[in-house]
Write a protein that binds this ligand. Structure first.
Ligand code: ZN
Length: 227
């Protein structure tokens, strides 16, 4: 199914190191920002050795915080579930299910919600794969939190509204992915399968919100299946 897609893995999102601090600073310098409390134009202010923007009238500081996003490696039929994107960025390319974490939800809940939305399937998270930094120059950078999961009993992935189609691919022959960060997640997944004990020690953290216990990983099962 990869034949219809571009052969190169297009770096639609900046790779690690592609968002130099100078560029971020210059962008912030040319765009005016205003205090959310009094409306005054913000001024440069040194905070803990970093040049930030602050209000001249009160203590408001414009912190440049990252966005938090989840991504999920859903294991199914000996492969992983990918969706082909029906939206930009990355229209027509494949990606892991995932998306931004809302401020009132645990990242694990966000991961499961995104699976319901994007591949129309309930999943059970099985492990925390890793935490990633995704630098961006044209938007807030991202902290990515990646999980492994398996399909809940009876769940059959189908394309959600933001996907053209979904498919199960063997991890060693994936189609071009929309985001380099998802390639990084897949590579971490392959490493964790080779050495699960080392991986869990390295990342050792609870995968699920309190009251939800992750289930043990499922045995490998048959090959690729088109959904
Ligand atoms: Zn102010």
């Amino acid at each position: 199914m990869g034949a219809r897609l571009p052969s190169a893995d297009q770096p639609l999102h900046p790779q690690r190191g592609e968002a130099p601090a100078d560029l971020i600073r210059s962008t912030i310098g040319v765009v005016g920002h205003y205090c959310v409390r009094c409306g005054a134009e913000l001024e440069p202010r040194m905070i803990e050795g970093r040049e930030m923007q602050g209000c001249p009238n009160d203590d408001f500081i414009l912190w440049r915080d990252p966005k938090v996003a989840s991504a999920v490696v859903v294991e199914a039929d000996g492969g992983v579930v990918l969706g082909r994107r029906a939206i930009e960025p990355g229209y027509g390319l494949w990606c892991l299910p995932g998306g931004f974490v809302n401020d009132d939800e645990h990242p694990a809940d966000a991961a499961m919600r995104e699976c319901l939305e994007e591949i129309s399937a309930a999943v059970e998270l099985t492990s925390l794969l890793g935490v990633y930094h995704v630098p961006k120059s044209d938007a807030p950078s991202m902290v990515g939190i990646a999980y492994t999961a398996r399909l809940a009993n009876g769940a059959e992935p189908k394309a959600g509204s933001e996907m053209l189609e979904v498919g199960v691919f063997p991890v060693d022959s994936l189609p071009p992915l929309a985001f380099p960060s998802h390639r990084e997640v897949i590579d971490q997944f392959l490493t964790s399968r080779e050495s699960p004990a080392a991986s869990s020690r390295r990342h050792g953290a609870s995968v699920a919100p309190s009251g939800k216990r992750p289930s043990p990983a499922r045995e490998q099962s048959p090959p690729r299946r088109k959904l």
